[in-house]
Design a protein around this ligand. Structure first.
Ligand SMILES: [Zn+2]
Length: 227
């Protein structure tokens, strides 16, 4: 994850859209944020909206939302490393949210508020509809490491520090998650229908993330060792 660069974000002078290419609509676009700033801001905003809003003097509402102008103010006036973020404006936050490759952020319909789509450890109530059987993907994946397998096969997958268990429909993303915990990565394959049949509600968040309160051991159908 560290050292992983994101593309710069530009704004098209013609159509006004945020884009990742330096040319759009046949004209050179305006640089909004280089890849280094984008990555740094993305990590900070994820952290504030998921785990430690108080560190930037922010208060999330029940649904996890915060006003974008209040977020900018919090980052520039209250966050402990605020001197590194004096360049941040509302435009940077909106561009970050709209182009996030995993759909980590949601903007409210009126465009005034932002929240993290998933990943919360702070208590929020995300008003989502559970997926129906027809909407479930065939398989979901969970990346972990060998040393916790025994525990998982006894107690299932539990959310640990987060509110919900995070699963993905992208095998590569599960591998990446596993690698954050060690080098002996194991990807567990979960049967989403089994979860629903056992009475669990499964939610979709972001582009490829699925949330569930717990995965009982009997819904884990396969383990894949990744070296
Ligand atoms: Zn354009």
């Amino acid at each position: 994850m560290l050292g992983f660069a994101l593309k710069p974000i530009y704004r098209c002078r013609v159509c006004g859209r945020f884009v990742e290419e330096p040319f759009h609509c046949g004209k050179p676009a305006v640089l909004v944020m280089d890849g280094v700033r984008r990555l740094r801001l993305s990590k900070l905003v994820s952290g504030l909206l998921r785990h430690f809003p108080w560190e930037a003097c922010l208060e999330l509402d029940e649904g996890g939302w915060v006003d974008i102008d209040v977020l900018v103010e919090g980052i520039r006036r209250c966050w402990r490393n605020r001197e590194l973020y004096q360049w941040v404006t509302r435009e940077h936050i909106v561009a970050l949210a709209l182009l996030d490759p995993k759909g980590r952020f949601e903007l409210s319909n009126d465009g005034r508020r932002i929240r993290a789509a998933y990943g919360h450890s702070v208590k929020v109530k995300i008003d989502r509809r559970p997926l129906s059987l027809e909407e479930l993907p065939e398989k979901l994946y969970h990346g972990t490491v060998k040393r916790v397998l025994e525990n998982i096969f006894r107690e299932g997958i539990k959310p640990m520090k987060r509110l919900m268990v995070h699963l993905t429909d992208r095998f590569e993303d599960a591998v990446e998650t596993g690698r954050r915990h060690g080098s002996d990565v194991v990807v567990l394959v979960v049967d989403p229908r089994c979860l629903v049949e056992k009475g669990y509600e499964v939610y979709k968040a972001g582009r490829s993330v699925y949330l569930v309160a717990r995965v009982p051991p009997e819904c884990i159908v396969e383990r894949i060792f990744v070296s």
